[in-house]
Design a binder for this molecule. Sequence first.
Ligand code: GA4
Length: 323
Amino acid sequence: MVVLSNQSALNELFLAKTCNPSTVFTAVPEVDLSHPDAKTMMVKACQEIGLFKVVNHGIPPEVITRLENEALKFFMQSQSQKDKAGPPDPFGYGSKRIGTNGDMGWVEYLLLSTNPDIVSPKSVELFEQNPEALRLCVEEYIGAVKKMCCFVLEEMGEGLGLGNVFSRMVREERSDSCFRVNRYPACVELEESGRNLIGFGEHTDPQILSVLRSNNTSGLQICLPDGTWASIPPDPSSFFVNVGDLFQSVKHRVLADSRMSRLSMIYFGGPSLEEKIGPLPSLVSKEEQNIYRELTWREYKNAAYKSRLSDHRITLFHKSSHT
Ligand code: GA4
């Protein structure tokens, strides 16, 4: 096995010159949260694409701007100052390395847990080393986005005719959710080369639902059913919602831009570690067979964190898999 040095791992982030310019996906379903049909539209979008954007989300723009400014202040500090809150444990500040299994990206980030049972020394360090405004803005933002995420899950449960089954999982105090702020620095070398640079490699999100907000820099792409990549135009006034593995996530990735740095903030709504996950009997018809075995979120999360970013990790839980 060849172990890649750091530099060659980084070189691999450049996609081949020959790669086709990606199509722009202009048909991202837009769901107005105040619309009476919001639930049906969300369910349809999840079944067809696994992604939609929400407007009329009720999150005050100041809450977003305040956190964005504090996050930028953090990222503009010297590398040695930022490194005091890293390397991630897996929470805290990270740069280029994603997870613990050798995945790299043109990205620096803050990763935080919202689960009160998880104590992260690196996150403690982060908030001790930085102005209190950062912590307050993170808390304010997470509070608002969690509420919206729960509302979306409530609507989705109702849209599926299941009642309030999903939002409870994220609403409870011990919900194992996390929050990430990613900064993809502009990479001027891309300008001339005509190549693309991987900011965050292809992956699915392990949790239930992810709620993403970005600045006006493009980069997010989703993988279409035919295997091609399509760019999602940025929209800083909306939130993008994508389903996680527990609902069969859409594969996505982020490319870096040559001129503008991209800043995105993602809330990953997850259940408590002990929550049992399995196919919902009411959604599996008599003729169909369950492919997946029942598992707890703890089991799934542990397996996910041992995997490589691009792994199709849900297959580990196929009934026929013996791992
Ligand atoms: C993808 C979604 C979230 O960003 C994340 C990521 C996590 C990490 O960055 O530590 C993982 C990745 C994510 C899935 C597979 C494992 C774990 C990196 C990695 C290689 C915070 C999450 O929950 O799973």
